[in-house]
Design a protein around this ligand. Structure first.
Ligand SMILES: NC(=O)c1ccc[n+]([C@@H]2O[C@H](COP(=O)([O-])OP(=O)(O)OC[C@H]3O[C@@H](n4cnc5c(N)ncnc54)[C@H](OP(=O)(O)O)[C@@H]3O)[C@@H](O)[C@H]2O)c1
Length: 309
């Protein structure tokens, strides 16, 4: 029997419960992973909130999309970093039910964990890192660019900052004052969000591209005010106004998943080379998944939130 966190209904974190389940037989292209850490992401609670669909037949809904752990069972499996053997330390994404003792993944979604990262760090690398990679790719951020990143101190933001710096860009990142030293240590120029943001950014430099990770009117309006080319502005949170503003709203749809999946070996390489750190903010036991989601919903996480079985 394996413990698995599920949403028993659509609603807030109170609908989460731990179930004891019998795992199904693996198919030939699946891998069984003994979970050591599960990454928690805002999408996890959004999926059972009812705002992204409320099909009763999908309940109970397994929660959690990425894990780090050990291969417990696999037959002639090859993941995105090469062949997989029982006992290998791995990280996996695109999982349904990662908040668990054991999780099943398609072998194409399983890769080797870089030795430089702990399990808890590795469990937070791929979903946020893939979104950050997608944003930077879509806006074509590279050497010589100055990129404005709204929400630079969060789970996606801290990875986006490091990836932009690794591409040779100058980074201006918005965050509350308590995050500024951390952002400076990663090579960004921090700036406080709130009234007067556009002027504070102008004082630091001229932005060639902007990434919105918060979705506020302020982040969207300042982006279009400061960046001349709307093709170089992208959001992963401000979907309501993106169409009207003519900026890209990025999800895993429309080829986004392929870009994110292709980023996984690159993210692992950068992490293995010590060029990409995964700042872990808080760690919760599996039974406290609801508390982890309440914390994420506060909107002020300082890095990745992780669950441990
Ligand atoms: N579309 C996609 O494919 C996709 C993929 C991944 C994530 N997302 C979305 O992207 C968003 C960020 O995800 P995350 O995992 O990074 O969340 P997170 O870890 O909870 O980070 C939120 C960050 O936002 C900052 N923040 C809050 N209010 C702000 C404001 N008004 N202006 C600027 N920054 C502000 C907070 O910093 P302070 O504490 O300094 O305020 C915090 O660091 C979420 O909405 C998530 O659902 C979308």
């Amino acid at each position: 029997m394996s413990r698995l966190v599920v949403a028993q209904a659509y609603g807030g974190p109170e609908v989460l419960a731990v179930q004891h389940i019998e795992l199904p037989q693996l198919t030939a292209d699946q891998v069984l992973i003994t979970v050591r850490a599960a990454g928690a992401n805002p999408i996890d609670y959004k999926l059972y909130s009812g705002h992204m669909g409320d099909d009763p037949s999908a309940l109970p809904l397994p929660v959690g999309m990425e894990v780090a752990g050990i291969v417990a069972e696999a037959s002639r499996a090859t993941g995105y970093t090469g062949p997989l053997e029982v006992g290998d330390e791995v990280i996996a994404t695109n999982i349904r039910g990662g908040y668990a003792d054991q999780a099943i993944a398609d072998m194409s979604d399983v890769g080797h964990k870089p030795a430089t990262l702990t399990d808890q760090e590795a469990a937070g690398l791929l979903l946020a890192g893939g979104a950050a990679w997608h944003l930077l790719t879509k806006t074509d951020v590279g050497s010589g660019d100055t990129v404005l990143i709204h929400g630079a101190g969060g789970g996606v933001g801290l990875l986006a900052v490091q990836l932009a710096v690794a591409r040779g860009a100058t980074v201006i990142g918005t965050a509350s004052a308590g995050r500024h030293d951390h952002l400076r240590s990663l090579g960004a120029q921090p700036v406080e969000y709130g009234a007067g943001l556009a002027d504070r950014v102008r004082a630091l430099g001229s932005a060639d591209a902007a990434l919105d990770l918060v979705g506020t009117d302020e982040a969207l309006d300042v982006s279009v005010e400061l960046v001349a080319d709307r093709g170089r502005i992208a959001t992963i949170a401000g979907f309501g106004r993106a169409g009207q503003l003519g900026i890209a709203a990025l999800t895993s749809a429309d080829g986004g998943q392929a870009i994110r999946d292709a980023s996984r070996p690159e993210l692992i390489k950068l992490a293995a080379a010590g060029q990409l750190k995964v700042p872990v903010d808080k760690v919760f036991p599996l039974e406290q998944a609801a508390d982890a989601h309440r914390y994420l919903q506060s909107g002020h996480a300082r890095g990745k939130v992780v669950l441990v079985p």
